[in-house]
Design a protein around this ligand. Structure first.
Ligand code: HEM
Length: 227
């Protein structure tokens, strides 16, 4: 044993040492999957980049440094503090390109919709109560076919009709209940008020609000041509 250690340390050839077990060199199987690999299989890891690759062939160059003119210009400084919501900035290079487009529109200097103080007993709830009270708000017995010439005859405060979306309503009873005021509502008396009505408040359901005031349907003026 001592002679074996000495020869191992000094590198001298080992003399016959029958008491020392032989170290066997065991090579692993060629492939884990196949188990029984052939001894000729090459398991060496390829060089990366490959020895015959273009990378290796190309002479190594230092990284290209861009000149100022080749560089992308820096982004403009956003002028958010001075920005008015919904208003585009004057210069497109002064930060507006960074701003998210907005759907908010600046308030239009349009005509103000005047809210009218309704007299006591004329709230929307009072109107709903009157509608369902069974009171005659039409003033006619049957629904009629009404041409514009007939509609025109009903344009006074005591007898006001108007046409909304092809339906003719007696708006006389509704006048004091109208949140926009009697005067505004009287503008459509005796004529087709569809356009004015929709452009003022398209969300209002006239069909429902005036259902008990329906007097008929607007028809085109019958032709006076006798031939
Ligand atoms: C004949 C059918 C009409 C009905 C049933 C009717 C009904 C109403 C209702 C329910 C409101 C309140 C809406 C709300 O608070 O959002 C209102 C408001 C108003 N209406 Fe009418 N309306 C009629 C016709 C008209 C017409 C023809 C005009 C104008 C020419 C008009 C002008 C207004 C105005 C200015 C308001 C604004 C009041 C506010 O801002 O609160 N309406 N109307």
């Amino acid at each position: 044993m001592t002679s074996y250690l000495r020869s191992w340390l000094t590198g001298a050839p080992v003399a016959a040492a029958p008491d020392v077990p032989q170290v066997l060199k065991v090579s692993p199987p060629a492939s884990d999957d196949e188990g029984e690999g052939t001894e000729t299989e090459d398991n060496s890891i390829p060089a990366f980049p490959a020895l015959n690759s273009a990378q290796r062939a190309a002479p190594s160059k230092p990284p290209r440094i861009l000149s100022d003119s080749a560089l992308m210009p820096p982004p403009p400084v956003p002028s958010l503090a001075t920005r008015t919501p919904g208003v585009a900035t004057k210069s497109s290079t002064a930060g507006s390109s960074l701003l998210v487009p907005t759907t908010t529109k600046p308030p239009k200097p349009s005509k103000k919709r005047e809210k009218v103080a309704l007299t006591p007993g004329h709230s929307p709830l009072d109107w709903a109560a009157l509608k369902s009270s069974g009171a005659d708000l039409r003033g006619v017995d049957t629904l009629m076919r009404i041409p514009p010439s007939v509609l025109k005859q009903h344009r006074s405060k005591d007898d006001a009709w108007t046409a909304i979306n092809g339906k003719v309503y007696n708006i006389t009873a509704y006048l004091p209940f109208h949140p926009g005021g009697e005067r505004e509502l009287m503008r459509v008396a005796g004529r087709d008020g569809t356009h004015l009505f929709t452009s003022t408040h398209a969300w209002v359901n006239a069909d429902f609000m005036l259902d008990t005031c329906l007097v008929g349907f607007l028809i085109p003026e019958p032709s006076t041509d006798s031939s």
